[in-house]
Write a protein that binds this ligand. Structure first.
Ligand SMILES: Cc1cc2nc3c(=O)[nH]c(=O)nc-3n(C[C@H](O)[C@H](O)[C@H](O)COP(=O)(O)OP(=O)(O)OC[C@H]3O[C@@H](n4cnc5c(N)ncnc54)[C@H](O)[C@@H]3O)c2cc1C
Length: 388
């Protein structure tokens, strides 16, 4: 059993940490407060060649695996950039895998090098107000008309839609009541967000405000057949391929936030004196931090196992889901405890832990809720009856 990272992986960790450290907590606080996309950070990451980490070399990327991608996103989150930083680049790092695996050669040549150099922003359009976590119930419909599709429908929560030129869009091409298997009849497109036919409205939200999440209204968007990813009707399957790596990336981001929250808590716990002693001397504060350290370390192990399994072509559903579940919980708990330790100052913006708290809360909900992870483990790993 080998727990060591390779020299290259250690180098990725340290180089990303060095780059991310150029954007301090104040930068992220200001971007968050101004609801402004962190373009300078994004450009620096692109310039460093990091956006192309998992894109195959023939399209200008490095062709690395999910292990390296999780190291990158963990370090970004851990720098204090938290979800504002991670979400700004998350989709470029691994989200184009359906295109890498199933897109046409022309589509890959046109889009992947532009992802690598940072010129192309893409968002991911799956969630719909009427469907929620039951993706089979989406109703955004793509109707074939000659060599085009006419798309109509509504998506919700689509992150970065405002900044994006294109959308990876999941649609129905056969209505729900006309398919034998409920996840059949869905088709994936990579197409332009033509503002004449797409209305994008930001949602006011609790945190991660440097990256917008939006309602997207699609009205008679005409999409060439060439913008279809893979075969008609197979879209859900293509998205499914990417679910395990997505859970691992989110786990890594949660872990990074937990780590930085813990560091901030330890610093304040040593510095702040009340009743003539550092507050960190109180076991009521110290034990929860020690407990968080243990939980973050344990969650990291299952994440490393999950990424290793995936990169070695082995089944990893159990580990990917467990990693997301445990990292999201451990990351949020660490942020909550860090906030508590800061007392009133935890509630202010000045010490940044309230930002970590708000952003780490997200991973218990999206891209998949903790409840759905337990549904997966209960049904597919334990073999209990499906509960819904
Ligand atoms: C900030 C943010 C960014 C996002 N970005 C994107 C994006 O870029 N693209 C995109 O497509 N989506 C995005 N989402 C959407 C996100 O993936 C969904 O919010 C998430 O999957 C949960 O779906 P829902 O909100 O519809 O919850 P619902 O499906 O309405 O569920 C509500 C609650 O009920 C629980 N529940 C439902 N069914 C069951 C069941 N059978 N058993 C137990 N519990 C159940 C859920 O766990 C949840 O707690 C984003 C969301 C947020 C908040």
């Amino acid at each position: 059993m080998n727990f060591a990272l390779s020299e290259d992986q250690e180098l990725i960790r340290s180089s990303v940490a060095e780059l991310a450290a150029k954007f301090d907590d104040h930068y992220w606080m200001e971007k968050d407060q101004a609801h402004e996309f962190p373009q300078e950070f994004y450009d620096a990451i692109a310039k460093g060649g990091w956006l192309g980490m998992t894109i195959p070399e023939e399209y200008g990327g490095h062709g690395l695996g999910i292990t390296e991608a999780t190291l990158l996103l963990e370090e970004v989150a851990r720098s204090g950039a938290a979800m504002n930083g991670a979400s700004a680049i998350h989709l470029s790092i691994f989200g184009m895998q359906p295109v890498v695996k199933h897109g046409s050669e022309e589509m890959k040549k046109e889009t992947l090098p532009r992802i690598v150099n940072g010129d192309l922003h893409v968002c991911f359009g799956v969630t719909e107000p009427g469907a929620g976590l039951d993706t089979s119930r989406i109703t955004t419909f793509a109707k074939r008309e000659g060599d085009k599709y006419r798309i109509n429908g509504r998506k919700v929560w689509i992150s970065k839609a405002i900044e994006s030129e294109k959308i990876l869009l999941l649609t129905r091409t056969t209505p729900y009541d006309q398919v034998t298997k409920k996840t059949d009849g869905m088709t994936l497109f990579l197409t332009d967000l033509d503002r004449d036919h797409v209305d994008i409205r930001p949602i006011r939200k609790m945190g991660r405000n440097a990256v917008s999440s939006n309602e997207v209204f699609i009205d008679d968007l005409m999409v060439p057949v060439a913008h279809r990813v893979g075969e008609e009707g197979q879209g859900f399957k293509y998205i499914l391929d990417g679910l395990n790596p997505e859970r691992m990336l989110i786990a890594a981001e949660a872990l990074g936030i937990g780590r930085v929250a813990l560091e901030k808590a330890v610093k304040y716990g040593n510095e702040r004196h009340v009743f003539n002693r550092p507050i960190g001397m109180n076991q009521g504060l110290q034990f929860p931090l020690a407990d968080s350290l243990a939980r973050l370390d344990a969650a990291e192990l299952i994440l490393r196992k999950a990424t290793w399994l995936y990169d070695n072509g082995k089944p990893c559903g159990r580990e990917a889901n467990t990693a997301k579940y445990l990292c999201a919980d451990a990351g949020f708990a660490a942020a909550d405890r860090a906030l508590q330790l800061h007392g009133g100052m935890g509630y202010s913006e000045e010490y940044h832990v309230s930002r970590y708290f708000r952003e780490s809360r997200l991973m218990k909900i999206a891209p998949v809720s903790q409840e759905m992870i337990l549904n997966f483990l209960g049904e597919h790993v334990l073999g209990l009856p499906r509960s819904y």
